[in-house]
Design a binder for this molecule. Sequence first.
Ligand code: ADP
Length: 470
Amino acid sequence: MKILLVCSEALPYCKSGGLADFIFSFSKALKEEGQDVSVILPYYNSIKYKFPETNKEIYDKFGFDMGTHYQGCTTYFYDLNGVKYFFTCTDRFERDGMYGYYDDTERFACFMMAVNTFITRHNDFDVVHCNDWQSAVLPLLLHYNPRHEIKTVLTIHNPAYQGWARRDDVYNFFKLDTNYFDSGYCRLNNCFNYLKTGIMASKKVNTVSKNHANELINDHLGYSGIGAIIDYCKHNDFTGIVNGLDIDVWNPKTDHNLVCNYDVNTYESGKAKNKEAILNKLGLKNDFKGPLVSAITRLSDQKGVDRLMQVFPYLKNYDAKYIVIGTGEKEGDFLYQSLPYKEVYFVKNYDENLAHLLYAASDFFLMPSYFEPCGTSQLISMRYGTIPIVSSVGGLVDTVHDMSTNELATGYVFNNSDPGAFISCFKSAMDFYLSNDPFIKKVITNGMTGDYSWKKSCKEYLELYNSITW
Ligand code: ADP
């Protein structure tokens, strides 16, 4: 099958969160299954300058009509271990960052129009697989493709981000008839909504865990009503497929960011050495008897930043240290609130290498999200022998086995709807650590030996593609 993954971020080129991990590891897994895989994404300045090998080969040059103006585009090509990467270079992406600009909806409209033209010019893809709002209108554009049998799939990685534009932008950005808006097809709360458009226009829609798929279907009011739209319009064509992890990249046995590699038999000494190393690196003393607790996250409301701060006053009681690596809209709050606590060390940065070391060094990883379609960090933690403490939402429920499952336990899952549950769960985890209970080894071993690979989920995606009929 010839598959095109359309996305706004992909490792190793650019990353703001789990989508970049998804594209890199999933494309690699599809390739290993013998599929012909391509990835297409915008050519951000950061890729152009940090990865000069990507601007050696011009694949195609074309122009397209965006409704109000004509736009030029150069497509670059790079083969990354058998996965074909295409980068659409337009003036809209000649900026340092990926998102957060006033004209993001127009920028990504330009990206989708470029990809649509690219597909028309190289019209042999069997599946066009879009991801999140930044590529969600493309399936509608493909309704006008002369080859009607292109299979379209939309994966929702985060339903909170939807791409909101105005009625006239249906024409001004996409040169589509504004009747799509007037009829309600792409209208939500009287705005043009990219995610809704993708849900309506794609043959199949999925999200990134079974539990989050149920949450979406059942929560008609959440996420501006996106769940209700899925329930009414796509019920039988909607599913949940949990994300895998790139188990070659995230492998404590071979990870070159660690000072000491380890596996399930050597994790005690291995983790101790990595703990020593990160404390040294950050100028902290190894003078505590309690656990090293960590979080590596976007500091946004979704991730439970308020909960991540609630633990500050309790750390001292357990002689624990708390290292957090994060950036985002709540970073100022987090920094300010953490200042009085010498047990807390905050790295206000995006630092991939340090993140690897911290996963290896920590005893517990906090992930108290208010919603989490799948989540990647809890999988990495378990693989690195770090016990996750997670809320009972989305993919966290599907991937972490709570202590109450006894022999199967891999971490702590607290009740998201109970306001006191997080802190009492945190306290039991700290007590458990200090009690030297031998069961802790079982929990860590279960986590480290779990199967987080793409094998099963990759198969489910292939079945999803194959299930599309005309
Ligand atoms: P989301 O995609 O919602 O941000 P995920 O848990 O799916 O959350 O993925 C987050 C990924 O980004 C993980 O691989 C995590 O290690 C990484 N990450 C998040 N913030 C940082 C940071 N400040 N520095 C390094 N890695 C980070």
